[in-house]
Design a protein around this ligand. Structure first.
Ligand code: SF4
Length: 281
């Protein structure tokens, strides 16, 4: 698609991030976006390289801080499409505080988390979504604490759109990301994106065998909050699909009347940042 840059990804062959990114690019194209109106903000981690591989405006930001940057871009330019991408370590550990507040703020953007349940870039330590008995070099007997449930965290924070997909189920993943893009508000998608090098538990085969599709297998209604709560808190099964969508969601910029391109300096304002600094000192 138009969104693929000419840079060759350095991800390990077979990494789930390839499928996650392909679906994101196709979803952006299908929803009528093009690289000129799209800004991708990425965190730190293997997944954080995604901005380099996408032909759009992009910023490879500070660890755990991609969401505040993305919200700032969207608030100053409500006319462009903003997509934030990162991993489970970036989003649910160092970035967890930002995640909670981005969710409740409901800025109209999409957040895709490539969840491989491990820190891949630093060679395989337990992440916030690792299983409690997942053995790694730093947790030889497992982290011995329950994994974060990012979907529950989002629901408790007042999310207006919560979904989960699987990098290898290409069409379904693309369709789910499309729904997140089209949602009026903060569209959150947790994507199972297997790390083939360091995680031999949460593999492609595991997800292929265990995932239950909410819309195809279960006839789940995402507008039903109680039903959403039930699947999100179900500790037994793993689901893909749109868990929850608030049909009456009003994005932050509409609630607060931010409708114009705010990135241009208004008449009468100092022309560069140094003028502002001089005014204060
Ligand atoms: Fe992907 Fe894991 Fe390789 Fe990182 S280490 S590129 S997450 S397979």
């Amino acid at each position: 698609t138009d969104f693929k840059s000419d840079k060759q990804p350095t991800w390990c062959p077979g990494c789930g991030d390839f499928g996650t990114m392909n679906g994101m690019m196709k979803a952006l194209a299908e929803t009528g976006n093009d690289p000129d109106n799209t800004f991708v903000v990425a965190g730190i981690g293997c997944s954080g390289k995604i901005g380099t591989y996408m032909h759009s405006y992009a910023l490879h930001g500070v660890h755990g801080r991609a969401l505040p940057v993305g919200q700032g871009v969207k608030m100053s330019r409500p006319d462009i499409e903003v997509m934030v991408a990162g991993g489970d370590g970036d989003g649910y550990s160092i970035g967890a505080g930002h995640f909670v507040h981005a969710v409740r703020r409901n800025v109209d953007m999409t957040y895709v988390v490539m969840d491989n349940r491990i820190y891949g870039l630093t060679k395989g330590q337990a992440s916030p979504t690792s299983r409690s008995d997942f053995e790694t070099s730093t947790t030889p007997e497992g982290p011995k604490q329950p994994p974060v449930n990012p979907l529950a965290l989002a629901l408790a924070s007042g999310a207006s759109f919560i979904a989960q997909s699987f990098a290898s189920d290409a069409l379904r993943h693309q369709e789910i990301v499309q729904k997140a893009i089209e949602h009026d508000g903060f569209g959150f998608v947790n994507v199972f994106s297997p790390c083939v090098t360091f995680n031999d538990v949460d593999t492609y085969d595991y997800f292929r065998d265990s995932l239950v599709d909410l819309q195809e297998d279960e006839d789940h209604d995402p507008n039903d909050y109680e039903a959403a709560k039930e699947v999100i808190l179900d500790g037994e099964k793993e689901y893909q699909g749109v868990m929850y969508q608030d049909e009456n969601s009003v994005p932050y910029h509409e609630q607060h009347g931010v409708t114009e391109n705010m990135s241009e300096i208004p008449d009468g304002a100092p022309e560069d940042a140094m003028d502002l600094v001089r005014e204060f000192y």
